[in-house]
Write a protein that binds this ligand. Structure first.
Ligand code: COA
Length: 434
């Protein structure tokens, strides 16, 4: 059948589309800045009228309002977070939602096995001449989920860039189409203060010409990019990237020339940034988006040499154990792709893993380098997998180092006002003065 006829037949309003969701359904929401805000809003607005009960909302990084997490929505929806953030962590903390620990690379398999998606809510680009829409800035678990979902409700949005790679779906696969133009969610560039600049500078000293980078999210990875302007032929194979990478591509620092796989291309699974980033990636063959079970598979990551993973964390103990996702028992984010990339970088010839964080949290009142992880905290990244811990005060090189050496180096890069307490623990533990 001519795809244009199918397309026209399936167009409806967001309200009509969500009326096909039933109580008890598991509804997966497209990821991060790619989330279909208009459909989500219609879902929440319809909850009372359609008397939804026990609808499970599975979502990872929620960049919109996540109104399904509001207390008054708890009789209709229950959130199952695969990663938490500002708009979702309270619901889990207050018992109105749940958190599922899972490596990002494993999520597609979850949808293929134990967590069958009844409905996928997604946002895609306009169809091309052949009827294919791009998942745009969110390929990650969204595309694999589309292959399993019983029902796909899609917003077709001309503002969604068409991004190359294994990142397309045919119009005939979409059950209900909401044909509506709206702004794509943007992530403003982070404010980079003095602390982040110093951390960025310290990390940049560990990056060599020709390295292949994975950059986590937030001010620290963005700050690193500011200090890479003098490097040559860097490559990108990363779970996500934002605007900072565009600058380095335009200035010729990122060429992807030295990669062993996907030579000449930046590989990612999702993108978060401003319109500048979204315009840059549109129809750009230099950017390749792939599902997250491919991008984040350590066996794929390590096919490139000199992979450097750069991630951030909540706290580090004196042995180098890293907690990146909870404050004690309180879950604040998730493992995401951190361990996927740490493993891949460790397996890569010449690869290195870097954990970077400010030395303190909560306006300087809490040391992030601690004798023991806070009670209830999870070890996100194992002490044997960490090569470098970086703060604004310097670099601790942990790989191959004894517990005594590790503790000594970590105390050196802690905030000065917490050093006495850490040194006391050093003396108690190692039977010698610091
Ligand atoms: N003790 C108590 N609270 C702490 C803390 C500590 N040691 N460290 C951080 N916090 C608090 C902060 O004060 C902040 O609280 P607020 O939200 O009330 O302001 C919150 O935790 C988040 O910390 P912040 O430093 O603002 O986070 P960030 O945006 O720089 O992100 C991580 C840091 C670790 C949360 C984030 O990198 C993460 O989730 N990592 C795991 C996943 C990952 O690495 N993915 C990589 C691929 S994208």
């Amino acid at each position: 059948m001519n795809w244009r006829i199918e397309y026209a037949d399936r167009i409806c309003t967001a309200q009509e589309a969500v009326s096909h969701i039933k109580s008890g359904d598991r509804v997966v929401v497209g990821h991060a800045c790619g989330e279909p805000s208009i459909i989500l809003e219609a879902l929440v607005d319809s909850a009372e009228g359609l008397d939804y009960r026990d609808v499970e909302i599975v979502h990872m990084v929620a960049m919109g309002k996540a109104a399904y997490c509001k207390p008054e929505m708890s009789k209709h929806f229950r959130h199952n977070g695969l990663f938490l953030g500002g708009s979702t962590k309270k619901a889990v903390e207050e018992g109105r939602g749940d958190f599922t620990p899972i490596y990002f690379s494993d999520i597609p398999d979850l949808f293929r096995t134990s967590l069958h998606p009844n409905v996928l809510l997604v946002q895609v680009s306009e169809p091309d001449a052949h009827g294919y829409c791009s998942f745009g800035i969110s390929c990650d678990y969204t595309k694999p989920c589309a292959e399993k979902a019983d029902l796909i409700i899609a917003q077709i949005n001309p503002n969604m860039p068409r991004v190359m790679g294994d990142n397309f779906i045919h119009v005939s696969e979409l059950d209900y189409i909401v044909d509506q133009e709206s702004d794509i969610i943007e992530l403003a560039p982070p404010v980079i203060g003095e602390t982040q600049k110093k951390i960025g500078e310290n990390i940049a000293a560990l990056v060599k010409d020709g390295d292949c980078l994975q950059l986590g999210i937030g001010a620290i990875p963005d700050a690193v990019l500011l200090f890479l302007k003098d490097k040559k032929d860097l490559g990108i194979h990363t779970e996500m990237f934002s605007d900072g990478v565009v600058e380095l591509i335009k200035s010729g620092v990122i060429t992807n020339k030295c990669k062993q796989i996907d030579k000449g291309q930046c590989v990612a699974s999702f993108l978060m940034g401003t319109r500048n980033l979204y315009d840059f990636v549109h129809d750009n063959p230099m950017v390749k988006m792939l599902p997250v079970d491919i991008v984040n598979d350590p066996r794929i990551i390590c096919q490139n040499d000199n992979v450097v993973s750069i991630n951030s964390c909540v706290e580090v103990d004196l042995m180098g154990q890293v907690c990146s996702e909870s404050v004690g028992l309180k879950q604040i984010s998730g493992v995401g792709g951190q361990v996927d990339f740490v493993r891949g970088a460790k397996m890569s010839k010449g690869g290195r893993t870097i954990m970077a964080m400010p030395a303190t949290a909560a306006n300087g009142t809490i040391s992030k380098i601690v004798p023991f992880l806070t009670e209830g905290a999870t070890v996100t990244t194992n002490r044997c997998d960490v090569d470098y811990i970086v703060t604004e005060h310097g670099v601790a090189q942990l790989h191959g180092k004894t517990l005594r050496d590790r503790a000594r180096q970590l105390i050196e890069i802690a905030d000065p006002k917490f050093k006495d307490e850490l040194k006391m623990e050093y003396t108690r533990r190692f039977h010698e003065n610091f």
